[in-house]
Ligand binder design. Structure first.
Ligand code: GDG
Length: 478
């Protein structure tokens, strides 16, 4: 690969524009790990980030206003933003439809939640074509194009049709399902063929990579060639060689560790402790999503209180639920179900001076989040399936006293890296997860210290900067 610029395409831009009223728009710059990690590379190599700023054509933003907000969002960052504004129909059928009602549930092994509609697939391809058209316009032949996630799987196919010869990489942030689940997708051949139009395909874990390779072998009957290194395999797609590897995503470890030590976070953490004295806090932070397994988690907590009376008055679950996709009926139902379970637990067990579950339904500032991470003794991370799960890594990085314990679902991508030093659970197994809570609660200091040190060391070593470099290094290989 050449040393050209880096061109990133992702569904969302690293800024969000929102219509406030008839005349006004607001702009919030993204602060996630991906933006932080990409920023230095984009600055060094120069580049462009393409994506959706969050508004549709019905919001009627003027070109001038859009440019003004874009410029403000990336000021002095050394790269450009290229907005793709969707129509209302595209937002509904490509984003909410194909991406979130088909790929998202299917790839999380929940085919019964899929709404397979041909129309969604057609609009998905159209939107991928729009990204490809913009990329063709902007990319020079030596630039490396890095496409992110399940919304844009079809982009490389569209670029190849336009005879673009750039090296193109793709990273899937969510899991790749096993063969028997993937086979249910009506467009299974097209999706696999689309992925094989990339030069490099990155998955979160070896599990996802294996699932993908099995689908390629069985559905397309392609040969898969292992190379010398453990991680990398090649697939011959006609006259091109496609590289496939696992790259577990991570966080900006230092910024969490340093943030947790800051005075403001320490003050907030102290305040939380003051209000909840002599109590072990077990923390869950999840986006409102059925893949996060929150009802099972609550049932396990309830079961733990039933089985182990010594937990009464000595432990509280802080469950932070971050609003997401709330206009979709399935998500609203999930929220109601969660709130009903919280009500049941608190109704049954609350005593004077002790509330078993603190339930918070809103977004947090980063400082608040860090204070909860720092104050809690146990992380309770039990998704039914998750590409990686960054919350667990953030909890460990923020656990500067190194005495925290992690209860982790074996179905989170993070389990491959952190499983050995966590208490692993099958989230569907309420009885054993309840026991895991008790074990975490009663685990001794030396045991906690040893394991948390190892967890933190591993997350520090393989941080988000490692991840970006690793992917781009592989991208350079011939
Ligand atoms: C997808 C994959 C994969 C959450 N609430 C607040 C807040 N957050 C931040 C957390 C964390 C992130 O959001 C959530 O990341 P996860 O990894 O847990 O989950 P997804 O959003 O589903 O992400 C996942 C990830 O992509 C990366 O590849 O790990 O498997 O599903 O960083 O801190 N941040 C703030 N306030 C909140 O209220 N500030």
């Amino acid at each position: 690969m050449s040393e050209g610029r880096l061109i990133i395409a992702s569904n969302r831009l690293p800024i969000v524009i929102k219509k406030e009223n008839e005349k006004d728009f607001s702009m919030t710059p993204g602060k996630g790990g991906l933006v932080t990690a990409m920023a230095p590379v984009l600055r060094d190599r120069g580049g462009i980030w393409l994506g959706w700023p969050g508004i549709t054509d019905e919001d009627n933003i003027s070109d001038k206003k859009l440019k003004e907000l874009m410029d403000k969002g990336i000021k002095d960052s050394g790269y450009d933003l290229e907005p793709i504004i969707f129509s209302q129909e595209e937002a509904e059928k490509y984003y909410e439809g194909f991406s979130n009602e088909i790929i998202w549930p299917l790839f999380h092994d929940l085919p019964s939640l899929c709404n397979f509609k041909e129309e969604y697939w057609n609009i998905y391809k159209d939107v991928n074509e729009r990204f490809a058209s913009k990329l063709t316009e902007k990319a020079k032949p030596e630039d490396f194009i890095w496409v992110h996630d399940y919304h844009l799987i079809n982009v490389a196919t569209r670029l190849r049709k336009r005879s673009l010869t750039n090296k193109i990489g793709f990273f899937l942030h969510i899991p790749f399902p096993p063969l028997d689940v993937f086979l249910k997708l009506p467009w299974r051949r097209e999706i696999l063929q689309s992925l094989l139009d990339y030069d490099l395909i990155g998955f979160q874990t070896q599990r996802d990579k294996r699932n993908f390779l099995q689908c390629v072998r069985r559905v397309l009957r392609f040969r898969v060639q292992a190379r010398g290194t453990k991680n990398m395999v090649y697939i011959k797609n006609h006259n091109r060689k496609v590289s496939v590897a696992a790259f577990p995503i991570s966080i900006d470890y230092d910024s969490f560790a340093e943030g947790a030590e800051s005075e403001n976070v320490a003050k907030r953490a102290w305040f939380l402790h003051e209000n909840l004295p002599n109590r072990t806090l077990i923390l869950g932070i999840d986006r409102l999503d059925y893949t996060k397994g929150i009802p099972f988690k609550l049932k396990a907590f309830k079961r733990a209180l039933e089985k182990y009376p010594e937990l009464h008055k000595n432990i509280s679950l802080v469950q932070i639920l971050v609003p997401s996709r709330v206009h979709i009926p399935k998500y609203r139902e999930l929220k109601e179900n969660i709130e009903k379970l919280v009500g049941e637990i608190n109704g049954k067990f609350t005593e004077l001076g002790w509330v078993p579950v603190y339930y918070i339904f809103r977004s947090m500032t980063r400082e608040e989040l860090l204070a909860y991470y720092r104050t809690s003794e146990i992380a309770f991370v039990t998704p039914l399936k998750d590409g990686m799960n960054l919350v667990v890594k953030e909890f460990c990085a923020s656990n500067i006293e190194e005495t925290g314990v992690v209860i982790l679902s074996e179905f989170a991508g993070a389990a491959a890296q952190l499983g050995e030093d966590s208490i692993l659970v099958n989230p569907y197994d309420v009885e054993r997860t309840a026991d895991a809570i008790y074990n975490a609660f009663t685990s001794d200091y030396t045991y906690r210290k040893r394991r948390m040190r190892k967890l933190r060391r591993s997350i520090k070593k393989y941080d988000i900067f490692w991840w970006v470099n690793e992917f781009l290094e592989y991208g350079k290989e011939e």
